[in-house]
Design a protein around this ligand. Sequence first.
Ligand SMILES: Cc1ncc(COP(=O)(O)O)c(C=O)c1O
Length: 446
Amino acid sequence: MGISYEDSVRKFSEKFKVSKEYTEARTPKIPGAYSRKTTNFGPFAIFADHGEGQYIYTVDGHKLLDLNNNSTVNVLGHNHPRITAALSEAVSKGYSFGNPTAYEYKLAEILCDRIESVEKIKFTCSASEACITALQIARGYTGKNKIAKFEGGYHGSLEGLHISSHPSPDRFPGPADNPTPLPDSAGIPPQTIANTVVLTQNNFPACEKILRANARDVACVILELQASAGGIIILEKDFVMKLRALTEELGILMICDETCTFRANYHGLQSVYGIKPDLTVLGKLIGGGLPIGAVGGSAEVYKVVENNQVRISGTHHGHSLCAAAGVACLEVMDEAAYARLNDMAARIRDELNTWASCEKYPFIVYGLYSQLCYAFTDRPGREITTHRDFWNYINRDQILISALEMAVRGYYPVHRGEISLSLPMTDDDITGFIQTMKDIVNEIYS
Ligand SMILES: Cc1ncc(COP(=O)(O)O)c(C=O)c1O
């Protein structure tokens, strides 16, 4: 009955035999055989040889439709000719400067033009770094020390925000409406944990109570409008509007982390919600596949950067290659490109949800844009509105089995059931994915 985990692991290990050998050979020098952790969903990672368009070609000789796209980065898929050409041109001019270059300013202009709340911007090397920089700006501006974040909100793995991002059911700390900060790793100093206030997604009364009680100390609330650290959690519009009004009233800055959600809309997901955060963090796709992060903000808040009260600097900040690739990527990402990505996502969501509900399967697909999540839940019609909901009501074994089965059947998935689309995907790719998902769900529930 169904598909067993052991059976899926066996098929996976046979199909990706070379990757398994690489893992065994390399683990003695690099723990886990690679520096990333989050892309792994099986007993070992699948090694990529190269990528082209919507596909990854693995060292095992397999072609997989890439549903990961480097955790939302590769919005144009792999090896896009416009990005490759932009990189060649930029490389021909040199590739490491302590001087400003035209590419950095062009990228800044594009982002300031597109995102209404972003009047000023600085670049970093990663979104993790940008998030920490945003906290520093918020602290510098408000003169307050604590930060508020959501349970299940992932903003990178640097010390100041590596707290309560991934608490799992085995270790949910504190009550659901007043979570206790829990470090995601050893090595986080106690004072960092003590300076963190943890909020619950979509529970305004609980957030209000906590923020009012800590208003004198809290510099900022950092959030993602659609979080994806543990499944996908969509913040409700009404909740976000109330939170925005509350932050303004209490003199707390709102930092909107659009590292992934800038995939949703030409003007950022914040424009769909109709909010203007004080600071916006960007990353991933704005580097066209090269490492980057950015902190944008209002002219008012940026005063503390302009007058050097808050100092931001980094050897590779605004790197010409990353900026050149980012400009090329965003030039391709016009409004029609966003619409195409969102249409493909809507088709997957609608077709699979209609089908699952006809079959009375406790299976759902959700997400606001081209980063979606599928979940095997405890009952048909289950809604997932908080991080704890996700882990309390989904069947983790079934998600894992489905990821392994996806890989065996020609798709490169993301653990936790997330998928991230790319522009080169065709209608046939989407049809194939929907059918494969149905086959796997049918087999799991058989
Ligand atoms: C919402 C969000 N913020 C920040 C980060 C950190 O980005 P980076 O890995 O580029 O440092 C991530 C990474 O997954 C993310 O999803």
